[in-house]
Design a protein around this ligand. Structure first.
Ligand code: FES
Ligand SMILES: [Fe+2]
Length: 439
């Protein structure tokens, strides 16, 4: 194919180097005839592939701890703003910091056979690994021998974890040390603490009880995930600077929905701008109820949500969505969607206490396999925008143990009574005080 020669004047005035920079394709075609037609076909094909990938690949929005919900002063970075808020904020009279219950540790796909991971949870370090039997085991990360971290350089041998320092091997089932490479005998007291765990709904969960009591309820299986009828379409992850109870309490705080969550998602999640008039053409409407469940599932509660969207006052009924958000224990929520044309699915919302006032929150969406992935990805993105509005409040608020509630806020008081079942007299508390001038 003929390609026009580079402009002679340009060659004379700029030399070969400049010309190559300015018109690389034309220049290269002089050396590689056929390159331009090939690229003409290739580039659109790549663009189509990229677009397909964007539509089909799972959505992944993983936020760094300082990324969302802080308002830095001019000249200050977000991470500086986050550090300042954490240092200066009043905490209020906090409930215990680690309620008893099941918490998500890692997603199943993050843990291949023979792989070990170090996870911070309840201010502790645990090692979670997948044995050769395919099962996930959770043990204390620090070796009882001389304190090496088993998850940093430790090897999975069969169903045991081998310490990287002197090679002691601990069995995942009960923590018993089964081998000390240089000792004649393994003493009976050589053990490591194991944590009760389970794996379902594509995640590994760990049980915490301050008195060491075994689980008295289990994490419900979402049958459609287990069977593959609903498939993974994306996840988000946030770190939130607040007490754990603030997050589930949101479900019973009915009044905040019609204030914080009314502006449409295009207005974003920075609360300084969400109520700008520019975005007022479309608004969400929420009708919500919250109820605790009776025995034998009193560790569960339900939030029933009826969502509508209004555009210029016109009710867009296609986006009428009914969601049942079932809270199971202190740290897991199943948000079930059921829509006549947009299909069915679930967002698994899991809160994991990393430290007393630092929560890791994961949302994973599973959706009917025959619904185009763009639908669940849009739902997850919309959920993420609304959630990040709450994050901005949580990151900066104080816990108020005796709130000023009006009659319409009564579900908050009921939620506090319900959530108190996850605390025991010995539940760990944050005792350090710097909320007042008494040191
Ligand atoms: S510290 Fe683990 S074997 Fe010595
Ligand atoms: Fe909210």
């Amino acid at each position: 194919m003929d390609t026009p020669d580079p402009e002679p004047a340009l060659i004379q005035s700029s030399g070969r180097c400049s010309l190559t920079c300015l018109t690389p394709l034309a220049s290269a075609s002089g050396w590689f005839p056929g390159l331009v037609p090939a690229l003409t076909l290739l580039l659109p094909a790549l663009a189509v592939l990229l677009a397909l990938r964007l539509c089909l690949a799972p959505l992944q929005l993983l936020r760094a701890p300082h990324q969302v919900g802080y308002t830095p002063e001019p000249g200050t970075s977000k991470s500086q703003a986050a550090a300042d808020v954490r240092r200066r904020r009043k905490r209020g009279e906090l409930p215990p910091v680690y309620p008893n219950g099941w918490y998500r540790l890692v997603d199943s796909q993050e843990l291949r056979q023979g792989q070990v991971k170090n996870v911070t949870i309840f201010g502790e370090q645990v090692a979670v690994y997948r044995g050769q039997d395919g099962q996930a085991y959770v043990v204390d990360a620090y070796c009882p021998h001389l304190g090496a971290n088993l998850a940093v350089g430790g090897q999975v041998i069969g169903n045991c974890i081998e310490c990287p320092f002197h090679g002691w091997q601990f069995r995942g089932e009960d923590g018993k040390c089964v081998k000390i490479p240089y000792a004649e005998k393994v003493p009976d007291f050589a053990k490591i603490k194991t944590w009760p765990s389970c794996e379902l709904n594509c995640a590994v969960f760990v049980w915490f009880h301050c008195d060491g009591i075994d689980p008295n309820w289990s994490v419900p299986e979402q049958e459609e995930i287990q069977s593959g009828e609903w498939v993974y379409r994306g996840r988000t992850e946030h770190y939130i600077n607040c007490h754990i109870q603030e997050i589930p309490e949101n479900a019973a705080d009915i009044a905040h929905l019609s204030h914080l969550h009314t502006p449409n998602m295009l207005s974003g999640s920075d609360l300084r701008y969400t109520r700008a008039r520019l975005w007022g053409f479309a608004q969400h409407d929420w009708k919500v109820e919250w109820h605790p469940e009776p025995e034998p599932t009193k560790h569960c509660s339900r939030m029933l949500v009826y969502h509508s969207l209004y555009i210029l006052g016109w009710h867009c009924s296609l986006l009428d969505v009914h969601v049942v958000a079932r809270q199971v224990g202190p740290g897991i929520v199943y948000m079930l969607f059921n829509h006549s044309s947009l299909g069915r699915g679930v967002i698994l919302h899991c809160v994991t206490p990393v430290e007393p006032l630092l929560q890791r929150v994961s949302h994973r969406i599973y959706y009917q396999a025959n619904i185009p992935p763009i639908v669940p990805k849009f739902i997850l993105k919309a959920e993420c925008v609304q959630f990040e509005r709450d994050v901005m409040v949580w990151n900066n608020k104080k816990y108020v143990s005796k709130p000023l509630l009006v009659k319409e806020d009564s579900a908050i008081a009921r939620h506090r009574r319900w959530y108190a079942q996850f605390y025991s007299p010995k539940s760990p508390r944050l005792t350090m005080r710097h909320d007042d001038l008494e040191w």
